[in-house]
Design a protein around this ligand. Sequence first.
Ligand SMILES: O=C(O)c1ccccc1NCC(=O)[C@H](O)[C@H](O)COP(=O)(O)O
Length: 202
Amino acid sequence: MKAKICGITTLEDASFAANHGAWAIGFNFYKNSPRYVSLQKAREITSQLPKHIIKAGILIDYSQHEMLDALEFLDLVQIYQQNPSLFFDKKRIILALQASSKDELPETPILQEYGFILLDAPKQQDGLLGGTGRLANWDLARELVKDYKLILAGGLNNSNVATSIKYVQPFAVDVASGVEERPGSKNPVAVKEFLMRCENVK
Ligand SMILES: O=C(O)c1ccccc1NCC(=O)[C@H](O)[C@H](O)COP(=O)(O)O
């Protein structure tokens, strides 16, 4: 199973994930995130990574031109609000959703435009967009995999990732807080185990 290790802030963590079988790494350019990294630093990190690893970046409150600039060194951009007026290929975009049920999803033709749909934990009153360690609705995820390249996120860790994969059968899984020592710093033992569990799941 493909795994995306999100909230990477150092070359060391990025290389570790790449060398231990991650499908993708994610940088977070959202300035309010405890996992924030600058575009400049991420550009430097990506230039030293192997080609095979997918490089993704969370862009919130950035213009389309800034997104296009970021796509010079990233493979994928992750956004949190559908944007009908995007003037470039949405196939390189991960649309992240905090839906708890089908009623909260954008219309099907909108979802179909994006390369990937990431289902995260439902929105809560604290307004946090991600990295919360809270579970997504796996039943909703199970529905979405039928129609989209679904990345399952939210509260995954070494205790539940195998079960989540068997239940949801996503395109990929995504983890941030579940494999950290502290926000922005990965725990290599946990990352390695997470990736092993993803690989070994039957
Ligand atoms: O991680 C953050 O701090 C964050 C902040 C704002 C928007 C998105 C954020 N993370 C997005 C991710 O892709 C996380 O990997 C995803 O939410 C899962 O996080 P976790 O539940 O901690 O595994």
